[in-house]
Design a binder for this molecule. Structure first.
Ligand code: HEC
Ligand code: HEC
Length: 270
């Protein structure tokens, strides 16, 4: 399939009758096409993109594009809201891959690439649309007691876990509840728990911020950034349990959690 199967009148490119003018308008229409997905919302493109995705991407990103717990490839349903990527950035990432990572380049036609972008736009998570009412003041208090040691919101709190300001715009209610009740099921990138023992015998536990073949950077439990050369480590252990404790319904009721989410959603997010 080509782009023209979807868009019969792609100006200029199709018939470059006047070589120079044709080429110019062709270039313009391509650069315009880069900032807007020409196939956005096109149901055939979304279906085709979905099939391409299952064939070429699902092994790493998961059949539902939400990632696979054991593979460090991102949840692609959140690239628009959480990462704020543009369609052209997503287009070129798929085409060119990410150097230095296992994300490969793909030899696909432009229309196939746009079909994949359409599919990813279609599965995008829109955020919480069905938040039950709650008390913002009670939420602020519950947040301060239970969460702010590790999470920042409205300009206050720790940075051991992700900033929760815009959480209700980038995750669904169901998935936020799952993160709070069972944090270890999906541990966010940049927050993978690790424990190292240095050659001097010091044990440091925390979350892995970055890593290459020779070194790693982590945030330790006191929220200090620490860097280590791998050769100076006795051991490096990747842990399965998120550093976020699970909150059962007895520890934090659903209605307390709704209060917290109403607080997070309220006022000017900073
Ligand atoms: C071999 C595993 C693998 C395959 C196959 C793969 N990816 Fe990826 N992809 C990754 C990894 C890992 C990253 C994260 C790279 C990084 O930033 O370190 C990534 C990143 C991305 C990103 C950027 C996300 C962001 O937050 O910046 C997009 C978009 C993406 N992949 C789409 C796709 C699509 C579409 C396909 C199929 C055509 C695909 N990937 C196939 C592993 C894979
Ligand atoms: C001891 C530190 C700690 C406490 C306390 C804590 N969290 Fe977390 N939280 C984390 C870390 C670290 C992560 C990232 C790793 C992960 O996803 O499990 C996280 C992840 C999350 C996420 C997923 C965020 C995202 O960007 O997808 C949510 C939602 C969340 N926490 C909510 C809460 C709420 C609500 C509370 C209080 C009721 C709380 N957390 C208490 C450390 C903590």
């Amino acid at each position: 399939m080509t782009l023209r199967d979807f868009i019969p009148h792609l100006p200029g490119c199709a018939s470059a009758r006047f070589i120079l003018l044709g080429l110019l308008s062709c270039l313009t229409s391509i650069s315009q096409a880069q900032s807007v997905n020409p196939l956005e919302g096109n149901s055939r493109a979304i279906t085709g993109g979905g099939s391409l995705f299952r064939a070429q991407c699902a092994t790493c990103h998961g059949a539902d594009a939400k990632g696979i717990a054991t593979i460090d490839a991102p949840d692609l349903t959140m690239i628009w809201s959480e990462r704020d990527l543009s369609v052209s950035e997503v287009f070129s990432t798929i085409r060119d891959g990410v150097p230095g990572s296992i994300m490969p380049a793909h030899k696909l036609t432009d229309s196939e690439l746009w079909m994949l972008v359409s599919y990813l736009q279609d599965v995008a998570v829109a955020g919480v649309t069905d938040l039950p009412a709650g008390d913002v003041v009670a939420g602020a208090e519950a947040f301060r007691t239970n969460c702010s040691a590790c999470h920042r919101a409205h300009g206050q709190g720790g940075s051991f876990g992700p900033n929760l300001n815009a959480i209700t715009t980038r995750r669904s209610l169901e998935s936020i509840m799952a993160s709070v009740r069972q944090p270890s099921v999906i541990i966010g990138r940049g927050f993978k728990p690790v424990r190292v023992v240095t050659s001097g015998g010091e044990e440091v536990q925390g979350v892995l911020k970055s890593e290459d073949a020779f070194s790693l950077q982590m945030l330790d439990e006191r929220q200090r950034l620490r860097g280590f050369q791998k050769t100076e480590l006795q051991s490096l252990e990747r842990l399965q349990q998120s550093v976020m404790p699970p909150f059962s319904r007895t520890a934090l009721s659903d209605s307390d959690l709704y209060h917290i989410l109403n607080y997070l959603q309220s006022g000017a997010a900073q």
